[in-house]
Ligand binder design. Structure first.
Ligand SMILES: Nc1ncnc2c1ncn2[C@@H]1O[C@H](COP(=O)(O)OP(=O)(O)O)[C@@H](O)[C@H]1O
Ligand SMILES: [Mg+2]
Length: 435
């Protein structure tokens, strides 16, 4: 039974009938809306607050007059004062689909085109800008995973609230389309920014952007979510950096939905060469971020043969070359950033620093620390190192390595290409040289 005194919000609503109107009470709980008949005192309508529900608002003169629900295949309208409904709308925004988007927003112009749909700038009733991503249902159905994938994106986005992550406001649906309403970002994508910067961004700008992307990654990774599609089209530069497009985002531990996905040129090797028996995790985002860092520092794509970027990405062969045209090419900060890059782009996800550590390392680089490699190796030495043989992998702790005189101190362990993890050969060729 419902504990009505625990309701988040409640108010009276009216069903209009020909001879006499009937009064009900509407209760909002964390997981559902309940409408009860005051006399009978038992719940008459129960509406789940999830993406299987669509609610329609009846609007007149820019004011919500009634809430309409589909119940036993019939539409039922409940009337109340518009300010109560307005509050209710805000309290359940993003949790269910609404219909009748044209009653609330006026579309102004197209601002972006993605795989899943077109993005528009629109204006709300009170004059605020929003962005609306319009996804065609028929197109989605024809794509593998289409609609469930969209619902998953929405459910993930709805849980997120962070300065560097695009905020989901509401979702609407009609016969033909889904509409995802988010904050409007008044700015440009990192992709657009880089188009006009053939030698890349300054180190200062790069550090600023990286640090804010990492804030977003630390936040989602802590929540057990990975983005899976980090690339310059999905980073927007405005007053703050905003991570957008959670279309491919997944709950890391969810083993069922882990296909190969991403944007060629930015996909981690463990995703592009995905094998059923080997799950991947949030370290894949670190690889993609490494690809972006490379692009920001050089203006070049890491996998640069435009002819078959997917194949190049798949084979995992790349060179880390500084751009000699970059004004800060020979600075020590650039050297240290390239050291960090090599680690972020490690073929082995376990060897990549996590988002939190990347953030610390960037801070060190900003403060002119010249020992980034040492810091990373120190961190790596804290965890077990696996040394593969032809047969079974042997686990070696730093102590056991040291005791075998392989290393003299924790600072001198050399990560070389013949140390493989869990029997996997390193595929990535990392070469450091000037262009
Ligand atoms: N909230 C927003 N504000 C402004 N522009 C946006 C917004 N969301 C998306 N865009 C623009 O639309 C493009 C496509 O959006 P995105 O969500 O990445 O779609 P897709 O999943 O199809 O790639 C982005 O690269 C960006 O240029
Ligand atoms: Mg996108």
């Amino acid at each position: 039974m419902y504990r009505f005194d625990n309701a988040l919000f409640n108010f009276p609503v009216i069903r209009k009938h020909f001879f006499s109107d009937k009064e009900y009470q509407l209760y909002l709980f964390s997981e559902e809306l309940i409408i009860i008949d005051n006399q009978a005192k038992k719940a008459k309508y129960e509406i789940k607050l999830n993406m299987t529900t669509t609610l329609n608002w009846i609007v007149n003169d820019n004011k919500i007059q009634a809430l309409e629900i589909l119940y036993n295949n019939k539409m039922k309208a409940f009337y109340a004062t518009s300010n109560k409904f307005q509050l209710l709308r805000e309290m359940i925004a993003g949790r269910v689909f609404f219909s009748g988007i044209q009653n609330f927003y006026g579309i102004q112009m197209k601002v972006g085109q993605g795989m899943s749909g077109e993005v528009y700038r629109a204006v709300s009733q009170n004059g605020d800008y929003v962005a609306i991503k319009k996804c065609e249902k028929q197109k989605l159905t024809s794509l593998q995973g289409g609609i469930p994938q969209l619902i998953q994106e929405l459910q993930l986005l709805q849980q997120l609230s962070h300065l560097n992550i695009l905020k989901l406001k509401e979702v609407y649906s009609d016969q033909q389309f889904y509409y995802i309403v988010t904050d409007f970002v008044d700015g440009r994508t990192l992709h657009t920014e880089l188009l006009s910067r053939p030698t890349g961004l300054s180190i200062l700008q790069t550090l600023k952007i990286m640090s804010q992307i990492l804030n977003a990654l630390i936040y989602i990774h802590q929540k057990g979510i990975m983005h899976r599609d980090l690339n310059p089209h999905n980073i927007m530069i405005s007053e703050n950096i905003k991570l957008i497009d959670f279309g491919l985002a997944r709950i890391i531990k969810n083993q069922l939905i882990f296909p190969t996905a991403g944007t060629p040129g930015y996909i981690a090797p463990e995703i592009i060469n995905y094998k059923q028996e080997k799950q991947y995790d949030e370290k894949a985002d670190i690889f993609s971020l490494g690809c972006m860092l490379y692009k920001m520092l050089t203006g070049e794509n890491l996998f640069r043969k435009q002819k078959n970027i997917f194949q190049e990405n798949k084979e995992g062969i790349f060179e880390l070359r500084k751009n000699t045209q970059h004004p800060e090419c020979n600075s020590s900060k650039m050297d240290q950033l390239f050291v960090l890059l090599a680690h972020m782009l490690d073929n082995d996800p376990n060897e990549r620093p996590n988002a939190q550590f990347c953030k610390q390392l960037l801070k060190e680089i900003e403060n002119n620390n010249q020992q980034i490699d040492k810091l990373i190796r120190k961190q790596q030495i804290m965890k077990p190192i696996y040394v593969a043989t032809d047969e079974t992998p042997i686990e070696r702790t730093p102590q056991s390595l040291a005791s075998q005189n392989k290393v003299k101190s924790s600072d001198t362990i050399i990560k070389s290409d013949d140390i493989t993890t869990q029997g996997n050969k390193r595929l990535t060729k990392i070469i450091l040289k000037n262009m």
